[in-house]
Design a protein around this ligand. Structure first.
Ligand SMILES: Cc1ncc(COP(=O)(O)O)c(C=O)c1O
Length: 419
């Protein structure tokens, strides 16, 4: 059979060995419809971006209205009502200390802007600090700054010599590592550190690795006491994924900077956002232009993305969303208990709407585990999109998923384990 060669070069895909990509022509709620007539459950919310279901009518309508008013305008010297509205809407969810909103294009660029803000903040106040803290296993994106603060592993290996130095703290998933992390913090010359960046409570790409809110609070409290700026990368965890609007809502000490993206537009359009405090913003105010933030993107503050994000925030406030999130949380927790009895299942875990476990294989766990493709294909054969991270299987559906679809996915997972 002749293999159809597409012109498309897909991300995170070995194009030589990957099966032929599925052509999706339509989507609705939790379903993707292929050109072949398959109806596929989107069990990973299309790379974690979709919150309320595909083609949600409220977002679609607001977007359509916006296309008739304004699609895009340069965002320097000009702005537009939807950008202002979005800042107001986000303010309702964010801690009160977040008063300034910097628009970018995606999660990686939200992280780049955050890192630049922190490093330049200390230059602007004439007390330079050049070092950054991050956690082992971190993933903050694929641009060079974001890669620098991410785990030195397979994702970044070809570029290691070009990445800037970062101090990585042990990932606090065991009491030994928790102690090691706190000892490492204590041993640092903290006056050299500008910022810490973390994925709060759960590292997504590292394999849905969870850690406790008590540890998150300890890390934040320590950094706050030493004047180290706290960047919460909520690109994945933001907007209800963890059961609260933000993962950092579980702790008392509030970050100085939030990186937001993915679900911000409900999965309709790309958008990134770096929010910050009055104090950081004020350090960039000066009579000299060199103190300004030299950062921006052509599509910064795109009016269509802003309209989609405003509509997405409306839905975030809707009681139906709260009810749906609670429904998934409780369904996951019942299924989680049943998972724990299987010998082939390790580290079954849940945080809000995120369910994950490791399927025991003869190899060590990790992203390059050779069982990954088999697992992926098994679910695809059942018309379910679950995209394991190596042998880590995770399920995080759009909040609108029906009980029937939830059950279908749980059943397929059980069949895989029993196979
Ligand atoms: C925590 C986190 N930060 C940043 C990113 C990068 O976002 P993007 O893919 O939109 O550049 C991701 C993407 O998965 C992420 O999970």
């Amino acid at each position: 059979m002749e293999v159809k060669q597409s012109k498309i070069w897909q991300p995170y895909t070995q194009m030589q060995t990957a099966p032929e990509s599925i052509n999706i022509t339509k989507a609705k709620d939790e379903f993707l419809f292929s050109e072949n007539g398959d109806k596929i459950i989107d069990g990973i919310s299309s790379w974690w971006v979709n919150l309320f279901g595909h083609c949600h009518p409220h977002i679609a309508q607001k977007l359509q209205e916006q296309t008739k008013a304004l699609e895009q305008v340069i965002f320097s010297g000009f702005h537009h009502p939807k950008a202002e509205e979005l800042c107001d809407k986000l303010s309702e969810f964010l801690p009160k200390n977040q008063t300034k909103f910097f628009f970018t294009d995606n999660g990686s660029t939200a992280v780049e802007a955050a890192l630049k803000m922190c490093l330049q903040y200390f230059i602007n106040i004439e007390a330079p600090r050049n070092k950054i803290l991050a956690l082992d296993g971190a993933y903050h994106g694929d641009t060079f700054g974001a890669m620098s603060v991410s785990e030195r592993g397979a994702f970044t290996e070809p570029f290691h010599r070009l990445l800037f130095d970062v101090t990585f703290l042990p990932f606090p998933n065991t009491s030994k590592n928790e102690t090691a992390l706190l000892e490492k913090l204590d041993s640092l010359d903290t006056s050299e550190y500008a910022a810490i960046i973390v994925e709060p409570l759960i590292q997504g790409s590292a394999g849905m690795r969870m850690y406790s809110k008590e540890m998150l609070e300890k890390i934040f409290a320590f950094c706050k006491s030493k004047g180290i700026l706290i960047i919460a990368d909520e690109v994945f965890t933001g907007f209800g994924r963890t059961g609260k609007v933000f993962a950092t809502d579980y702790v008392k000490t509030k970050p100085d900077i939030y990186c937001l993206s993915k679900g911000i537009t409900g999965g309709f359009l790309p958008m990134g956002m770096t929010t910050t405090t009055e104090e950081i913003y004020n350090a960039f105010l000066s009579d000299t232009k060199t103190k300004m933030l030299f950062h921006g993107h052509s599509y910064t503050g795109n009016a269509l993305s802003c309209a989609a994000a405003c509509a997405s925030m409306d839905l975030m406030k809707d009681t139906e969303t709260t009810v749906n999130i609670k429904r998934i949380v409780s369904a996951h927790s019942i299924f989680l208990e049943s998972l724990k009895k299987y010998k082939k299942v390790e580290w079954a875990r849940q945080l809000g709407t995120i369910l994950a476990f490791e399927l025991k294989t003869e190899e060590t766990s990790g992203y390059l585990n050779s069982k990954r493709d088999e697992i992926y294909n098994f679910f695809i054969s059942k018309n379910i999109l679950l995209r394991p991270l190596g042998n880590t299987i995770y399920f995080l559906p759009p909040y609108c998923i029906s009980d029937e679809s939830l059950k279908k996915v749980y059943t397929a997972i059980t069949q895989l384990i029993n196979q």
